[in-house]
Design a protein around this ligand. Structure first.
Ligand SMILES: [Zn+2]
Length: 220
């Protein structure tokens, strides 16, 4: 390494130290957060987003990239819909390395999604998994209508149908029921996730994102 490279590296390291000192939650926050605090961090980020006062863009992306080259320690995982109006990092005012995101139409817990979230929580150590449905969800709407769709799109329906059976054809009610059911499925179907929940190392919660207000509401 050249002298210049060494100096640049030292400066970057010093800057990272300063960031962690000034705002310990913003860099590698995972080790200091419990499941409740991790969920609160997400909800606080959403408050900033909904109030149009996000802070994530203030972070130096070059530093964050460098800081996460060797490892990632996301404090939270999110299972959200693939819908383009649900940009997860923006909605929670987060940046590189903070959240482990899985997205699939209808935010359903398929076995591949469960596998991914097991990795996020069991290996990477995320402290909360938030399953988030959203307003105007096309996958839920199509399931309610049992719509004829091209290709393999209808493969989503069986995953969502139990929620529709429970609530009837009300889109918002079915979307909220689906988020809660997928969260329950994660807790039950995965021994990795249920084990961490039992040890109080992980929390699995459900939420609803209102695309008109930008507000995320926890579902209980
Ligand atoms: Zn959707």
């Amino acid at each position: 390494m050249t002298a210049e490279g060494t100096v640049a590296g030292l400066v970057s390291a010093a800057v990272i130290e300063v960031i962690e000192f000034v705002n310990p939650h913003r860099a590698l926050a995972q080790a200091t957060l419990g499941p409740d605090a991790a969920l609160q961090e997400l909800m606080d980020g959403n408050k900033r987003f909904a109030a149009e006062r996000p802070t994530a863009f203030e972070h130096d992306l070059a530093i964050l990239k460098q800081h996460t080259l060797e490892k990632q320690e996301p404090f939270a995982a999110v299972l959200s819909c693939a819908d383009s109006r649900v940009p997860v990092e923006l909605v929670f005012d987060q940046t590189i390395g903070h959240i482990f995101v899985t997205r699939i139409a209808g935010n359903i817990a398929t076995s591949e999604i469960i596998a991914s979230l097991e990795y996020g929580a069991g290996v990477l150590g995320a402290k909360v998994i938030l399953v988030m449905g959203h307003g105007g969800c096309g996958a839920i709407k199509a399931t309610i209508q049992a719509k004829e769709v091209p290709g393999q799109i209808s493969a989503l329906y069986p995953h969502i149908q139990p929620a529709v059976d429970q609530t009837g054809p009300n889109l918002e009610a079915a979307t909220k029921a689906n988020a809660k059911m997928q969260a329950a499925l994660l807790r039950q179907a995965s021994t990795v996730i249920s084990g961490l929940v039992k040890e109080n190392k992980l929390k699995v919660a459900a939420a609803y994102y209102d695309i008109s207000t930008g507000i995320v509401t926890l579902l209980v």
